[in-house]
Design a protein around this ligand. Structure first.
Ligand code: 5GP
Ligand code: ZN
Length: 149
């Protein structure tokens, strides 16, 4: 996609610090890191989000994610890291070409989701499990309620 920043990085039209690539995916340093070394893994074929990722790309994306995570852990001597992906504007996605974040973590680095955890009662947990299980018989659908670019 011509107006997609990650497609332009993959096409070498926009500069980026490329760490690694295979046939299906590329990894670059995030330009605004949570911690130095924060990296992104991006499928080479444009897809908007995780639900649009093809099974063929998935394997290559995960191989790059594991290789780069391992290199970050060893090079920065880490005790831990996060991998995550924002899908949909409401979930914090700002670039609508799917990507996985790899972020180094440090003791007392004060990075946390501020969460108010809920509890299920017995009927609610069964209700939600059944609601999700019913849809697992269907093929993966790229449709989300929220309209994202
Ligand atoms: P999202 O908010 O969609 O989960 O993550 C998008 C990420 O892409 C952000 O962390 C942002 O800093 C990074 N980003 C956006 N534009 C560029 C760019 O031109 N180059 C690089 N290297 N990273 C970018
Ligand atoms: Zn793209």
């Amino acid at each position: 996609m011509t107006n997609c920043v990650f497609c332009n990085i993959i096409a070498r039209k926009i500069p980026a610090e490329i760490l690694y690539e295979n046939d299906d995916a590329i990894s670059i340093l995030d330009i605004n890191p949570i911690h130095y070394g924060h990296s992104l893994v991006i499928p080479k074929r444009h897809c908007k989000d995780f639900l649009e990722l093809t099974p063929e790309s998935f394997a290559g994306v995960m191989a790059v994610t594991q290789a780069v995570s391992s290199a970050i852990v060893r090079s920065l001597n880490l005790e831990g890291f996060n991998i995550f992906s924002n899908n949909g504007a409401i979930a914090g996605q700002s670039v609508f070409h799917f990507h996985i974040h790899i972020t180094p973590r440090y003791k007392d680095d004060n990075i946390k989701f501020v969460l108010e955890l809920k509890r299920y009662n017995e009927s609610e947990i069964i209700h939600y499990a059944n609601r999700i299980r019913r849809h697992l018989a269907e093929p993966v659908s790229p449709t989300m309620k929220e309209s994202n670019p």
